[in-house]
Write a protein that binds this ligand. Structure first.
Ligand SMILES: N[C@@H](CCC(=O)N[C@@H](CS)C(=O)NCC(=O)O)C(=O)O
Length: 223
């Protein structure tokens, strides 16, 4: 069986978990904190980053959420994630990259640093200025999602795709860390509620990071 090296608040691990679950692929989640990674983990991924998907029986190791999701899409037919014609697939990849790189660096990474790393690793207080900046940028990203869902059924087009899972994975971590306010973003909020109510999403809503309690609304599929 596949083993997924991950930690609860890693948005890229969440993206892979969603892809695995949607496709009905069984996996065993293994806990790995990159800031105290084991030698065994470095042997699998010298970059020391989560997620890593490993099959011990086939000694196959896949690294990087996008490489993993593309591998799954190429090898498991059920629920295609990068679908449609070449132009549609390019749009799915554009939006997936936008959420994986820009949303992550604008919003999720600063929240993780201020509210998780500082609390668990360095013991420093979070910077109010950095948190305000991340939340302001979150509003800009939610404005863009509002516009996307106003013009399309799903983020990248008429069908649900990897772009929806990448975006929802980032937002779910930002929401756990109290960095998302949907006020004034009805379109984005309605889309996120639909994502949250998918069976593949339920296990993510149950994840807990020790020492960092989730706000009450986080796991509520109606809020
Ligand atoms: N492009 C990579 C990014 C992976 C990544 O940045 N993972 C973070 C955790 S969310 C990490 O392991 N960072 C190293 C660290 O925190 O020390 C992917 O999509 O998998």
């Amino acid at each position: 069986m596949w083993q997924l090296y991950q930690f609860p608040l890693c948005p890229f691990s969440r993206k892979v978990r969603l892809a695995l679950s949607e496709k009905g692929v069984a996996f065993e989640p293994l806990r790995e904190n990159p800031w105290e990674a084991s030698d065994e983990f470095y042997a699998l991924n010298p970059a020391g980053r989560t997620p890593v998907l490993h099959d011990p029986e086939r000694t196959l190791t896949l690294v990087d959420s996008q490489a993993i999701c593309e591998y799954l899409d190429e090898t498991v037919e059920a629920v295609p994630l990068i679908l449609g014609n070449a132009a549609s697939r390019a749009e799915i990849r554009r939006l997936t990259a936008l959420f994986d790189s820009v949303f992550f660096s604008d919003v999720t990474a600063p929240l993780l640093h201020e509210r998780m790393r500082k609390r668990l690793v360095t013991g420093e207080p979070p910077s109010a200025q950095v948190l305000r900046g991340a939340m302001r940028l979150a509003h800009e990203h939610l404005d863009y999602i509002d516009w996307l869902v106003d013009t399309r059924r799903w983020l990248a087009g008429a069908r649900m795709s990897l772009a929806d899972f990448a975006a929802a994975a980032q937002i779910s971590v930002a929401d756990y860390l109290e960095g998302v306010d949907f006020t004034g973003h009805e379109g984005a909020h309605a889309w996120y509620r639909v994502m949250k109510s998918r069976p593949s999403f339920r296990p993510l809503l149950a994840l807990k990071m020790e020492g960092i309690p989730a706000p009450r609304h986080y796991a509520d599929v109606n809020s």
